[in-house]
Design a protein around this ligand. Sequence first.
Ligand code: SF4
Length: 228
Amino acid sequence: MIISGIVKSSFVDYPGLISAVLFAPGCNYNCFYCHNRQLLSGPQEEISLDYIYKFLDSRRGLIDAVVITGGEPTLQKDLIPFLHKIKSLGFKLKLDTNGSKPNVVENILKENIVDYFAVDYKAPKSRYPSVAGCSITAEPVLKTINLLLESDTDFEARTTLFPGLSGEDIFQMAKEMPVLPRYVLNRYRKPENYLPGDLEKINSIPLSQSEISAIVKKIREYQPNICF
Ligand code: SF4
């Protein structure tokens, strides 16, 4: 398992808990609005696992949880043993994923080691490859979401409201997904690093607060547990 970044204490990455956040490098998507672009092409820096385990051991009783994020953690072949090791230290575990590897999520669910998942649902089906910046479709992501629903494990799906995502897109996405226990709309923040060709998209104006509020009202019929 390769970890390239660590946030030692976070109040926002695990709902209701204080967590440490570990960043796994590499991703099979290339979202233009990615905030971790430095991690996409693989490890720039590798933090030793020994350091991470010692650090977490020293934080027992001070933090509640560990969040594994990326990049895309499910691309790493030794993710499951790593999750077991962290779990053995006594922390709650959250895994952030783009949902493209339902087989990996299914294997993790069999191990019953992750307490909370966050799955990105990035765009309506018709726009998925262009938004994800690769040939991926929405189908594996929907499969991941359905596996989580069937498993009874706590999870949320979430969508970043990037510039260019319309109210109609969000409405469509809300209908495409099964009813979720929690659906989070995340406000767009301009990333510091982006591809030069994406400058125009990055600087475009996202939906306003009032536009989002109107959409949220409209999609409650399909996603009653929406949070914004
Ligand atoms: S899935 Fe996440 S880590 Fe991967 S490119 Fe998109 S925003 Fe970045």
